[in-house]
Design a protein around this ligand. Structure first.
Ligand SMILES: [Zn+2]
Length: 75
């Protein structure tokens, strides 16, 4: 039997912290922080997410920014 692992859409798949995804909250100004032009989700970052969590939970801002810094360091 294929039992699918439960993935919380509010938890970052990389660090487990709340990702504060604006698309999940029902506030008036629910524009997610990921709409910020400073935030990017390159393939090298997305590839770190396990297949289980892919397209189910968002990466948090801290992890997105950290990955960006890591890229800048290595170039
Ligand atoms: Zn994170």
């Amino acid at each position: 039997m294929n039992q699918e692992e439960y993935v919380s859409p509010e938890d970052c798949p990389l660090c487990g912290e709340n990702n504060h995804c604006g698309n999940l909250s029902s506030g008036k100004n629910n524009k997610c922080w990921c709409a910020n032009n400073d935030i990017t989700f390159p393939e090298s970052l997305l590839s770190k997410v396990s297949n289980v969590a892919k397209n189910k939970s968002c990466i948090c801002k801290a992890c997105a920014l950290k990955h960006k810094q890591d890229i800048n360091k290595s170039t």
